[in-house]
Design a protein around this ligand. Sequence first.
Ligand SMILES: [Fe+2]
Length: 281
Amino acid sequence: MGVVLGGMGIAHTPTMGHAYDGREGIDFKDRWKQWFKGLAPVKQWISEIAPTHIIVVYNDHLNYFDFSTYPTFAIGMSDHFPQADEGWGKRAYPGMDGDVDFSASVAESLVANGFDLTFCQELEIDHGIYSWLPCLIDHPWPVKFLPIAVNMVMQPVPTPARLLALGSALRSSVVDTADDSRVLIVATGGMSHQITGRRFGLTNPKFDQFFLSKITHEWDELISIPMSRIMQVAGTEAGELAMWYAMRGALSGSVREVYSFHIRPEITGCGVIAIEESNDK
Ligand SMILES: [Fe+2]
């Protein structure tokens, strides 16, 4: 029987990774340094709770899947997930190891609970995970990963209610596992941002902070806001925040917020929240 230790929501952006690496020739704003400093307590928290597995609900940005065939939900069933090359060359980090037995057990439970995902024997991981991963865990990564990719790029995308239900099914699947897995559930999606059209560069820090203040204990209020409204006030790509509901759905009602932080380094609102289960320690 496995246990859910807690959840983390975090923004991702390609620039975050390059800023962290100090990529040569690019002048990064000091606000990136503040973001990385703001992540330090989360890094400490993950190290303290010491998960054996991290389930990450994320979205691929057409770096592995493409419009010819785009799965709504896809689960990584491999013992290794290489980093995707997004056109800049791969960054100097190893791929992510998976646990096939754990993945198979989670998949079986998800199917039993009405979530028949696309099974991926191969899956390359883009900045959806790699932009923040090296900031929070030192490599070689001392944990097994189970990536779950969600369609956030091709309409119609799954609804917030469906993502919340996916989270709930994920929690059951962890409890159903035969081994003593200690699992952290992560959801990652950019906060306020818009990278197309006349509103390019729009962010809404007030909305981001509102979202962070509600997701732990008042998520039902958040989820009642239509995603179209969120995209209106926080930019079209803020639609990725719907994935955070999967993280919240995987947690019980008995949780405490450990930490949250928000800043807008550039182009995209960056926020993080760490939530710990009270009863599962
Ligand atoms: Fe994204």
